[in-house]
Design a protein around this ligand. Structure first.
Ligand SMILES: [Zn+2]
Length: 289
C-alpha cells in the first residue's frame, strides 16, 4: 500500500513537471535594464535576458511556449525587435525553460545554442510535435560572442545533468562588474529531478564550484531565486549615487548557502523534498524547476 501511494505521489510529481504551469509564472513583468546592455525580458517568475549589441541581440531562455508572447511583448516594449535577435541561448532542460524554444526560433530566426550535456534531454521537448531546434552545441568554457558582448559557459550539473551558467562583464559608471547568469542550484525537490548516476556528487561539486566565481552582478533562471521583485523596486527608486541593486555579491553567496542547505536536507530526508518532506507549491520554488 505504501509503495502504491509513493507511486501515485511520484506520478503526480512527474505530471506536474511535464505539464504543470504554476499559476502566475507566465504573468507579465515590467521589462527593464539591469545594467549596461543587459535587460530583463522574462515573465514574473521565468527569467529571460536580452543583451543588446550593435550587431544584433542575444536572448537567453524561452520559458514555456506560453511564455514566449510575454517575452516578445517585453522586448518590443523596450523598443527592440525580435528580428534583431541573432543568437538564442537555451536554458536548462526543463519545460519551464526550453518548451518555448521552437517558437522562439520561429519568431527570431536566431542561431539556437544548447549545452551539449543537456542536448538529448532538450530534444525531448516537442510542443505540438515541433522539433526542438539546435544550431550550435557548447561545452564548458565555450564562448558566445556578438557585437562586443561575450558570454562564457560554465557547466553546473545537478539540477540537470548539463545545467549551464553564463558569465560576462557589464559596465556602469566607469566600472566593470563580473556578471553571472546562474543556471539553477535547486536540489530541494530531488524526487522530481532526473536521478542520473552521480547526481548527488554533481550537486555537491557544483555548490563548491559556485563559490569560485568572483560574482558581483547575478541573476538566475527564476526571478524568485535572485529576489528580482525587490531589486526592481529598488532600481525604480534609485537616486544619483545609489548603488545598482543587482550588484549583490553577498546575496549570491547567501543564495548558494541556502540552496546547498536545502539540497542536503533533501538528501538526508531520503530525497523526498525539503523541510517537512512536502512538495506542495507555495513553499518556495516549485518542484523540479
Ligand atoms: Zn529546472
Amino acid at each position: 500500500m505504501r509503495k502504491f501511494l509513493l507511486s501515485v505521489v511520484l506520478l503526480a510529481a512527474l505530471a506536474g513537471l511535464a505539464f504543470g504551469q504554476p499559476a502566475g509564472w507566465n504573468d507579465a513583468a515590467p521589462p527593464f535594464k539591469i545594467m549596461d546592455n543587459m535587460y530583463y525580458v522574462g515573465s514574473k517568475e521565468l527569467a529571460s535576458f536580452l543583451f543588446v549589441t550593435p550587431q544584433g541581440d542575444i536572448l537567453m531562455n524561452s520559458g514555456y511556449e506560453a511564455t514566449v508572447p510575454v517575452i516578445k511583448a517585453s522586448v518590443e516594449k523596450l523598443g527592440f525587435k525580435m528580428s534583431d535577435v541573432k543568437i538564442f541561448i537555451a536554458g536548462h532542460a526543463h519545460p519551464d525553460h526550453v518548451e518555448g524554444d521552437a517558437l522562439m526560433k520561429e519568431l527570431t530566426g536566431a542561431q539556437v545554442v544548447v549545452g551539449r550535456v543537456d542536448a538529448d534531454k532538450t530534444r525531448e521537448f516537442r510542443p505540438g510535435g515541433k522539433e526542438h531546434p539546435i544550431d550550435r552545441l557548447v561545452d564548458e568554457n565555450d564562448t558566445v560572442s556578438l557585437g562586443g558582448t561575450t558570454l562564457t559557459a560554465h557547466l553546473m550539473p545537478g539540477h540537470t545533468r548539463g545545467c549551464l551558467a553564463w558569465s560576462t562583464t557589464l559596465k556602469e559608471d566607469g566600472k566593470s562588474y563580473y556578471t553571472f547568469v546562474e543556471c539553477s542550484l535547486n536540489g530541494q525537490f530531488l524526487q522530481v529531478l532526473d536521478n542520473y548516476p552521480g547526481m548527488i556528487d554533481d550537486f555537491r561539486a557544483t555548490y563548491k564550484k559556485a563559490r569560485t566565481f568572483p560574482v558581483e552582478v547575478w541573476v538566475s533562471s527564476h526571478a524568485s531565486f535572485f529576489n528580482m521583485a525587490a531589486k526592481y523596486e529598488k532600481l525604480q527608486k534609485r537616486g544619483p549615487g545609489d548603488p545598482n541593486p543587482f550588484i549583490d555579491p553577498e546575496g549570491y553567496k547567501a543564495h548558494v548557502d541556502q540552496y546547498e542547505k536545502s539540497f542536503e536536507a533533501a538528501v538526508a530526508g531520503g530525497g523526498r523534498g525539503g523541510a517537512g518532506g512536502g512538495r506542495g507549491r507555495g513553499a518556495g520554488p516549485a518542484p523540479g524547476r
